[in-house]
Write a protein that binds this ligand. Structure first.
Ligand SMILES: [Zn+2]
Length: 342
């Protein structure tokens, strides 16, 4: 399996985040992608290539153009306003204050486009996020051109980003951009399987009314876990998308025995849907030692579920999402990839 990786991910290097009422060192740091690349190479999974630049056009198929303009100019405007730290949202509109036009002030824009206060925008965020989408698109392009599988080592991650919001360390929805690109290049049906610990609120909302892109997500119960406001079982799609969105919320301390039952159910639905291609939003934060999550998967479980996914026998693009147990992220991610290959 080929890997796609860009050193430009390092441009996204936030100094801190808001967590538990304190400003702490960010969990979403450059070492994540570096450890995954190291393990990919150590186990000789395959050639690693750099991404092609697809420009902004495929991003506009998924994201609002004013939102992308905001991401591009945000840190510059923030500095011009006299700020020195990373850009962070501090105020949100209430319904009474709501104004339908997009705000101009950088502080107002930050609140307008932000869905969670954990994510600060540092210099280089736009360049890294754009490149992360290129990493996903290059993987999609490989699958379109007859590669059976590929691993897009995306950083920053993307699955929390809807059309016009950033948060949960996400800015551009890499998996959604890749899925749309596959549809625009000859596929009629795509399935997205999100195995990250957190619900893919962004991916779900983008494709919620569509029947050509099915979304299945396994995640921590949103009653108790980020992103809190979506990921419930009764969210099954709307309009033509009704019956093409499936959520598997699970409680704290869920182990692999229970988790794999949800996986097998999702795989059965995907098999029935019979997509041309599968995109796996791959997060390793289901691991027992993840610092911000509450499932109990062991490292060997990642290998096993990789092999279960391969049983579908569908061309598959893996897109990297979350995973914050830094010492084990490479082992766990590449266990999935190796499990898929055996
Ligand atoms: Zn996650």
């Amino acid at each position: 399996m080929k890997g796609i990786f860009s050193p430009k991910h390092k441009l996204r290097n936030p100094q801190s985040e808001l967590f538990g009422g304190e400003i702490v060192e960010s969990f979403e740091i450059p070492q994540r992608a570096e450890h995954v690349l190291q393990e990919f190479n150590k186990r000789n999974i395959g050639e690693v290539i750099e991404p092609i630049d697809f420009g902004v056009e495929p991003l506009l198929k998924i994201h609002d153009s004013k939102y992308l303009d905001f991401l591009e100019s945000c840190h510059r405007d923030w500095e011009l306003a006299g700020n020195t730290g990373d850009a962070s949202a501090l105020s949100w509109s209430s319904n009474k204050m709501d104004n339908s036009s997009t705000p101009n002030d950088i502080n107002a824009k930050l609140g307008y486009y932000c869905l969670s206060a954990d994510t600060f925008i540092c210099k280089g965020t736009w360049e890294a996020a754009k490149e992360s989408a290129n990493v996903a698109l290059t993987g999609a392009n490989l699958i379109i051109n007859e590669e059976y599988s590929a691993f897009s080592m995306c950083r920053p991650p993307g699955h929390h980003a809807p059309r016009d919001r950033f948060g949960g360390y996400c800015f551009i929805n890499n998996a959604a951009v890749a899925a749309q690109y596959m549809i625009d290049n000859g596929s009629s049906k795509i399935a997205i399987l999100d195995v990250d610990f957190h619900h893919c609120n962004g991916t779900q909302s983008i494709f919620y009314d569509r029947s050509d892109i099915m979304v299945c997500s396994l995640h921590g119960n949103p009653d108790e876990a980020f992103p809190y406001f979506s990921g419930f079982k009764n969210e099954t799609g709307e309009g033509p998308g009704k019956g093409y969105n499936f959520n598997y919320p699970m409680p704290p301390n869920t182990d692999y025995f229970e988790w794999q039952k949800a996986l097998l159910s999702a795989l059965e639905l995907i098999n029935k849907f019979a997509p041309n291609k599968l995109i796996v939003s791959l997060g390793s934060d289901t691991f027992k030692n993840d610092p911000i999550s509450f499932f109990k998967l062991e490292s060997e479980d990642f290998f096993d579920y990789g092999s279960k996914i391969s049983n579908l026998k569908i061309p598959t693009l893996f897109v990297m999402e979350g995973g914050y147990a830094i010492d084990d992220i490479g082992i766990n991610m590449i266990n999935v990839i190796e499990g898929f290959e055996t």
